[in-house]
Design a protein around this ligand. Structure first.
Ligand SMILES: [Zn+2]
Length: 75
């Protein structure tokens, strides 16, 4: 899992969401403090699936939402 740091408050952001798309995995990070409004500083990280080796771990965590896009057919 990567570390995401906020450019506004300088704190590390917490992962609050994970979504699997056919082409990429999408992670959502937010500040968990009183300084930042998550609606302003929320970070969306998109990782192409072939480069993402943290998916397995992410799926085991409680923030994983099972709403999943259908797999793209393999060529
Ligand atoms: Zn912040």
């Amino acid at each position: 899992m990567m570390s995401v740091r906020c450019g506004n408050c300088d704190a590390y952001q917490t992962i609050v969401g994970f979504r699997k798309l056919p082409e990429k995995n999408v992670y959502t990070y937010e500040c968990e403090n009183e300084i930042c409004d998550p609606n302003v500083t929320r970070t969306i990280v998109e990782v192409p699936r072939e480069f993402d080796n943290s998916t397995k771990r992410a799926e085991e965590l409680p923030y994983y939402s099972s709403e999943e896009e259908p797999e793209a057919p393999r060529q």
